[in-house]
Design a protein around this ligand. Sequence first.
Ligand SMILES: C[S@@+](CC[C@H](N)C(=O)[O-])C[C@H]1O[C@@H](n2cnc3c(N)ncnc32)[C@H](O)[C@@H]1O
Length: 313
Amino acid sequence: MTNFEKTKLIIWMQKFEKQGHTIYHGDAIKVLSGEIADKSVDLVFIDPPYNIGKKFNGKKYKQKDNEYLDWCYQWIDLCLKKLKDTGSMYIMTSTQMMPYFDIYLRGKIEILSRIAWYYDSSGVQAKKYYGSMYEPILFCVKDKKNYIFNAQDILVEAKTGAKRKLIDYRKNPPQPYNTKKVPGNVWEYPRVRYRMKEYENHPTQKPIKFLERIIKASSNEGDLILDPFSGTFTTSHVAKTLNRQSIGIELEDEYVKIGLRRLEVSTHYNGEKLEKEIKTYEREKIEKSHVLKLFEEPNAAQLYERNNEHSGK
Ligand SMILES: C[S@@+](CC[C@H](N)C(=O)[O-])C[C@H]1O[C@@H](n2cnc3c(N)ncnc32)[C@H](O)[C@@H]1O
């Protein structure tokens, strides 16, 4: 039985809630169908398993393409039902699967942009074909005449190549041309790496900056944002910092624990204290500062020797 099939048998669900932020520990389809009111969500961000064999919490997610798509179409339909008539949806999957999503969604929702999240990769790339350097995203709205798009909140510098700012002499007095613009559909953000402050222990964590653009553009303060495959709960975390409300769903308890801590919904999970893992380089720093502190002591030399005896150095 594949991990996708196993999730169909899951009936349990746990709900955690604090100050406008809800975390569901359970299966996305079960939670979407049983827990969330129709037409209640302003923005849904969907970043599901891509069916490329990636492991989540040690479990490999890969099945036949048609089985994967049958599963995806179920939660896509549910997400569409949960969206308000003014709502927006951003949906991701692998480059291989995205054409199916694109065709499935036409006629059900308006696809306004086909976005490529581009990143450079220092890792070894494919040698006999062109390695993948981007992930596709569809930006869709229910009603193209009535949807939120806060262009002013996401402007970027328009790179003209000119060293000096061009002056618009038609204005009185003459002023530099506006150099800000709405971003195009190629978004460049580095992937979340181990040494980055925001890093959590998850293989496909999305960057904070990436979710900030989406949430700022397609929702207002107080709006409700849904993420049915939350992983490290980046969507809910950014929603909280931007004063929105959130609902996040995640199947794996290791990732639910990250969400509970990141959103400060709970300090404990089943009796376990939730703390961010100390990274190896941070541990080394702590150890070094401990040694330096020892040297500040009046009897530093003896203490240093004693410390080394104990640590066996
Ligand atoms: C691509 S990751 C999401 C990463 C997330 N956007 C982030 O920034 O961390 C997909 C997540 O879906 C979860 N998942 C897989 N099957 C699920 C299901 N049936 N219901 C809910 N979550 C599921 C996986 O455990 C994984 O964490």
